[in-house]
Ligand binder design. Structure first.
Ligand SMILES: NC(=O)c1ccc[n+]([C@@H]2O[C@H](COP(=O)([O-])OP(=O)(O)OC[C@H]3O[C@@H](n4cnc5c(N)ncnc54)[C@H](O)[C@@H]3O)[C@@H](O)[C@H]2O)c1
Length: 304
């Protein structure tokens, strides 16, 4: 499969990432079929994509015409068969659960044309852990985005040992064509490049809060004040989704059995998840939305 043959992209999982990837692909001229389990999830995804698109128009990042044509290129369906029809490239963006991802990839392997390339947006897993769920392991590769996809436009392209070089090349070029800077990894690595660095920072930030060393606001204030960043670690985790952050922390806490602090960090995050405080997507996480304290003038100086 050459990149020129990629026309239709199927997004499996229309959550935080699926929505943004869908709009990014459609905005760069690709036909997009967005699939999720329930019509309600797809309706919510459609509303959120509209809001993102309107925001980009208001900021002057895109014109109203581009917005309109991009939205027209996105179709939504809860019918897996319909979504898979004529797919050239699949983006798997379901929750970070290896069993679920393998199940979904196997399901779509049976439905998509044999030529289709399967990409996973997994945060922590390796494509080699997922590829064998399909009968096309040599066409399975990680293509991992960062939020917000149109601003933090770097995408990790991570093949596993059995991925065909032509597939890696096609996905690298596809990433470029949807406005991403592709970073092609030379070997598999949990957490890719940016995330490997970023998750170490998050782990330390959560540890500071879990141990009661400093408040969530002060931890963010310190980061924002020194790095001159618009958000601190906790403001950023609200955007990522505390459920996603918990899943990742819990995964590593189980894998690295010796890390008692990671287990405590997972418990700290789980309390938010259990209260339904998942971050921006539920209107409350470490901060309250749409007007989080960290975004108010004077927050860094201590007025917030
Ligand atoms: N949130 C981030 O910042 C971020 C960044 C990079 C990568 N990721 C990774 O992307 C993936 C998706 O994360 P997210 O934050 O979008 O999750 P999310 O929970 O916001 O969305 C997941 C979506 O998948 C749907 N889903 C669940 N089971 C499904 C199935 N069997 N078939 C189809 N759809 C199904 C859910 O209904 C939901 O809409 C995860 O692997 C995550 O680790 C997340």
């Amino acid at each position: 499969m050459q990149v020129d043959e990629i026309r239709r992209v199927v997004i499996v999982g229309a959550g935080t990432m699926g929505q943004q990837i869908a709009f990014q692909c459609a905005g760069h001229g690709f036909e997009v079929a967005m699939y999720d389990l329930a019509t309600a999830a797809l309706e919510l995804a459609g509303e959120r994509i509209d809001t993102y698109a309107q925001g980009l128009v208001s900021d002057g990042a895109i014109g109203a015409e581009l917005k309109q044509s991009a939205l027209e290129r996105i179709s939504s369906t809860a019918d897996a068969d319909a979504a898979a029809t004529d797919a050239d490239l699949l983006v798997e963006a379901v929750p970070e659960d290896p069993k679920l991802k393998r199940r979904v990839l196997a399901q779509f392997d049976a439905l998509c044309p044999p030529r289709a390339i399967f990409t996973t947006n997994t945060s922590t897993l390796l494509p080699s852990q997922l590829a064998s769920a399909t009968k096309r392991p040599n066409r399975v590769i990680a293509l991992h985005f960062h939020l917000p996809v149109w601003v933090s436009n770097v995408a990790d392209v991570m093949p596993h040992g059995g991925t065909t070089p032509e597939v890696t090349e096609a996905v690298r070029e596809f990433a470029r064509r949807i406005g991403q800077v592709p970073i092609v990894l030379e070997r598999e690595h949990h957490g890719y490049v940016f995330n490997a660095i970023y998750s170490a920072m998050n782990r330390e930030a959560i540890t500071l809060a879990e141990r009661g060393v400093a408040s969530i606001e002060d931890i963010d204030r310190a980061w924002m004040g020194v790095a001159k960043a618009p958000t601190g670690p906790f403001g950023a985790l609200d955007l990522v989704g505390i459920d996603t952050a918990w899943t990742i922390t819990d995964y590593w806490a189980r894998k690295l059995l010796f890390s008692r602090q990671l287990r405590r960090n997972a418990t700290f995050l789980k309390a938010y998840v259990d209260r339904g405080e998942l971050g921006v997507k539920t209107g409350k996480g470490f901060y309250t939305y749409p007007d989080p304290a960290f975004a108010r003038p004077g927050f860094v100086e201590g007025a917030g």
